[in-house]
Design a protein around this ligand. Structure first.
Ligand code: UDX
Length: 441
């Protein structure tokens, strides 16, 4: 059992602190946001993450987990301090390190010699060294700083913490590396001990690679759509090759969230600074921007103009099982619909309020007044919605599915017009209407 302090109670800090407490450590989480700390002490979780709230409550009860705004008290006895503050995007796409800098500068005067500093925040290669320098120039003392990037997916962060694929530790000192390994020793996950620069790079390279995989399959889906091939079949066949792997081959309206868009841009900047323009990654970002427009482009092709159209937007979170709307394809879709003069109304099972448009709790009500529907997030309440609901609720059932929630065969004999990603549209309603008209004539 170690005395651990976590600086920052955002997504990464709160998950890390709570899970470390659950491993048996005595953890204090610090944040400057008083309201957030009060809420956490009262047993409230500031965001939606399955399982996290009950883990916070049980560890508060066991007194292994504490939340405070008082840095001095929190770091004084700490044997290890995790820095998990935000690294937002600068205007040029590079990572803003000001929160990291102020966190380490604020804590330097209070920490004991020998306390291990662990950088959890996603930071550009070289930051570990900078942190060491900042701390030394502030306190005149030398500290061991270790890089320990996180690979937590929103929506399955607890699983990823306890059953991740690897724990990466980048240090210049073997004892420091082993000390951190010991903190995680109850987790049965392979360790990779490396140097700090490589550890920092592993994080960026992993996210950039996954983003590339998504943009790649999205590019393939465009070709499939034009040719008449089926992207779902193509992705399945590709994924059966163990060298490729089946994950992250889901074509759709692009990646969002707090990591992929930010980290790919930051890596492009890092590469630029080293004199190597990372053209592949710039293309990955361009493809993602284009992909976000896909459903509206399809609708424009179908209707000519979208002015005055009532649009049911199904899903606001950037992916299921989270309430995070950062860089969400659904949000950019809503903004563009509004620019085109449409009237979007949204449904999401967890996101209940956004400043951009009305959100309704009932998917049926959202569909009933809509000219057409657009699926942006594959929440089960959306992807498992029986097709009868569209047929029975909408005036004219037209569905643009940005996450390929349904198989094309599901539409055989139905009166729904179905547009999806990388597959031929199913024009049920038009065909049926025409044939009805024909019969009437
Ligand atoms: C990601 C990384 O997976 C995680 O390791 C890192 O620490 C933080 O960033 P996260 O952003 O929470 O996690 O979600 P993830 O499940 O990776 O999905 C990211 C985006 O890619 C989502 O918008 C998702 O819809 C999209 N995606 C994912 C696809 O479009 N297709 C896929 O096949 C997979």
């Amino acid at each position: 059992m170690r005395k651990i302090t976590v600086i920052g109670t955002g997504y990464v800090g709160l998950v890390t602190g709570t899970c470390l407490a659950n491993l048996g450590h005595e953890v204090t989480c610090v944040d400057i946001d008083e309201e957030r700390i009060d809420a956490l002490n009262d047993g409230h979780c500031p965001f939606h993450e399955p399982g996290l709230l009950s883990l916070i409550k049980s560890n508060l009860l066991e007194k292994r987990l504490r939340f405070t705004t008082i840095l001095k008290k929190a770091v004084h006895h700490a044997e290890a301090i995790f820095i998990a503050v935000g690294t937002p995007e600068n205007e040029d796409g590079s990572a803003d390190l000001s929160y990291v800098k102020s966190a380490v500068q604020n804590l330097s005067p209070y920490i004991n010699d020998g306390t291990l500093i662990i950088i959890k925040s996603t930071v550009p290669p070289g930051t570990n060294q900078k942190v060491r320098e900042w701390m030394q120039s502030d306190s005149g003392r030398t500290f061991h700083v270790v890089s320990n990037p996180e690979f937590l997916r929103e929506g399955s962060a607890l699983h990823d913490f306890f059953y991740g694929d690897r724990i990466v530790i980048g240090s210049t000192d073997n004892n420091a590396g082993r000390f951190l390994e010991d903190i995680y020793s109850k987790i049965n996950t392979p360790f990779l001990q490396t140097d700090p620069l490589s550890a920092e790079m592993i994080k960026y390279a992993s996210n950039a690679f996954l983003a590339t995989k998504i943009s790649f399959i999205n590019e393939i889906s465009s070709v499939c759509g034009d040719l008449g091939a089926d992207i779902e079949q193509v992705a399945q066949g590709m994924g059966m090759d163990s060298r490729i792997g089946e994950q992250f081959l889901r074509a759709g309206i692009g990646f969002g969230g707090s990591c992929f868009p930010k980290d790919t841009k930051a890596l492009v900047q890092v590469a630029q600074e080293t004199g190597h323009p990372f053209k592949l990654l710039s293309a990955v970002m361009d493809v993602n921007e284009r992909q976000k427009n896909l459903l509206i482009d399809k609708a424009l092709k179908r209707y000519g103009s979208l002015k005055g159209k009532h649009v049911a937007v199904l899903g606001l979170a950037f992916k299921p099982n989270t309430d995070d709307i950062r860089e969400s394809p659904g949000i950019s879709l809503i903004k563009r619909l509004q620019k085109l003069g449409s009237i979007p109304i949204a449904y999401d099972p967890v996101v209940k309020n956004i400043p951009y448009c009305a959100v309704n709790n009932s998917i049926h009500e959202v569909l009933s007044g809509a000219d057409f529907a657009m699926i942006c997030t594959e929440w089960p309440s959306i992807s498992d919605l029986p097709l009868d609901v569209y047929e029975n609720t909408m005036k004219e059932a037209v569905l643009f599915d940005g996450r390929n929630c349904y198989a094309r065969e599901d539409f055989e004999g139905r009166t729904i017009e179905y547009h999806s990603v990388g597959r031929q549209p199913y024009e049920g309603l038009i065909t049926n209407k025409q044939s009805i008209k024909f019969k009437l004539l």
